[in-house]
Ligand binder design. Structure first.
Ligand code: UD1
Length: 424
């Protein structure tokens, strides 16, 4: 009989985090760039790749489709997509993570056909992909969903205007991928403006695409015949990882300098941290956050970029759980993003989950407790809470965290956290 090892983190808290942390490449960009390479009939190099499990699965899926992938260091890969020989992505692997939907746009662009398992990923409530499908169909694709998989095929992809009914990162990127090699011009209106949307457009343009307007709400893709490849591209620094460490400085009343980040991507968070009463100093590619006093309460509403990112909502929730007074968070992107609040309450927080909103009654202290990560960002939030809390906490369900944070416990340990990973 096989043995299953379940990792847990044991964290002894009451620590003020101090020092410097180096931010990795963005998960949400990397998991789009890797399938995007399928559009290149040749070789390209990607650097600043975060070494996380979602990236490893993305690479394994590409290998099954015929890619040759070489890791030349911990964070650099060479991808040779000369011989893509399959358009059916392995269902068991694609259903493991959300970003597998990018295989549809990429394979459609490259081969005119894609079969991909319905995407999995964090359990944040309903995660429809109707806008992706609407975009593919507008470009001339026939899409069928049956038996847990999506089959898409197109004789010719023809550029057109597509209005997104809501701002969707995934649908914007996916339609961009499908239209890069289409005939004519595709216009995506009400496009997402997140940094990783811009990063995918920059990557594709570096490889020979003609995409304009990424970062605004209208993206224009002039179809080209071929992407040349033969170039190297560095993944944008992870906005959410940087924000996670900014908020861990606030929550622990610490002093952290976050290196290798793009401060403009964090303007909204910086403004909120100043409202909380903490200090922020911004340099070219670094941000220092520090405070030594109890923070103020505030209200947060999650929104698409440049609004407050839903992926930093749980980490902000930890700060508000120990702020002076009452704060309200309204979550407008996902239906089930307050699962972490029940775990924080086990640590002494007083949070009332009201569905779309949660009310945070600031408490004096948190106390160590056994808690479990319901999703990736909830996991990051609970690590921060455990570092703040008096006593010892154990955190389980780490596979969520490993999907998206590179060397997370080492990074926290270097800032002074007492954190150990134990396999059982
Ligand atoms: C991406 C991020 C995720 C982040 C989210 C919002 C990746 C791999 N993941 O997810 O970490 O939390 O953006 O910033 O980049 N929607 C529809 N129909 C669609 C598509 C989306 O109704 O076809 C809705 C969703 O239910 C959600 C909202 O639009 O309410 C935004 O979703 P979207 O931006 O697409 O999120 P993802 O790309 O899945």
């Amino acid at each position: 009989m096989g043995v299953i090892f379940l990792d847990k983190l044991v964290i002894k808290g009451n620590t003020k985090l101090k020092g410097e942390v180096h931010i990795s490449g963005a998960k949400n960009a990397a998991v789009a760039l890797i399938p995007a390479t399928l559009l290149i009939e040749g070789v390209c190099t990607i650097t600043n790749v975060p070494n996380i499990s979602d990236v490893k699965i993305s690479c394994e899926i590409l290998e099954q489709l015929g890619s040759k992938i070489t890791w030349i260091s911990n964070n650099e890969i060479i991808i040779d997509n000369t011989d893509i020989n399959c358009t059916d992505a392995p269902l068991d692997m694609t259903s493991k993570f959300r970003a597998s939907y990018y295989l549809i746009g990429s394979l459609l662009g490259r081969c005119g056909r894609a079969v991909v398992g319905l995407p999995g990923g964090c359990n944040l409530g309903a995660r429809p992909i109707d806008q992706h499908i609407k975009g593919f169909e507008a470009l001339g694709t026939k899409v069928e969903i049956a038996q847990g998989k999506i089959s898409a095929s197109a004789k010719n992809l023809i550029g057109t205007s597509i209005y997104m009914d809501m701002v969707s990162v995934g649908a914007t990127i996916n339609v961009m991928l499908a239209s890069v090699l289409a005939k004519g011009t595709t216009i995506i209106e009400n496009a997402a403006k997140e940094p990783h949307v811009v990063d995918v457009a920059n990557f594709l343009n570096t490889m020979g695409a003609d995409i304009r307007g990424a970062g605004t709400d209208v993206i224009k893709v002039n179809g080209v015949q071929k992407l040349q490849g033969n170039a190297s591209y560095s993944v944008v620094p992870d906005q959410i990882e940087a924000g996670t460490f900014m908020l861990s400085a606030v929550a622990t009343k610490g002093d952290i300098t976050i290196r290798n980040c793009i401060p403009e991507h964090l303007d909204c968070l910086t403004a909120k941290i100043i409202e909380l009463g903490a200090n922020v100093e911004v340099d070219n590619d670094s941000i220092r956050v520090w405070t030594n006093k109890k923070i103020n309460s505030t209200n947060i509403k999650t929104q698409p970029y440049p609004g407050f990112p839903t992926d930093l909502q749980p980490q902000m929730g930890v700060c508000l759980a120990i702020a002076n007074g009452t704060s309200i968070i309204r979550e407008d992107i996902w239906d089930s993003r307050f699962q972490y609040t029940a775990e924080l309450n086990k640590m002494g927080a007083q949070i009332t989950d009201q569905g779309k909103s949660a009310i945070f009654q600031g408490v004096k202290e948190l106390y160590g407790a056994p808690v479990s990560a319901s999703d990736l960002r909830a996991g990051a939030a609970l690590i921060i809470a455990a570092i703040v809390a008096k006593g010892e906490s154990t955190l389980t369900n780490l596979s969520h965290i490993d999907r998206g944070y590179e060397n997370i416990e080492e990074k926290f340990r270097n800032l002074g956290a007492n954190i150990q990973r134990i396999s059982e």
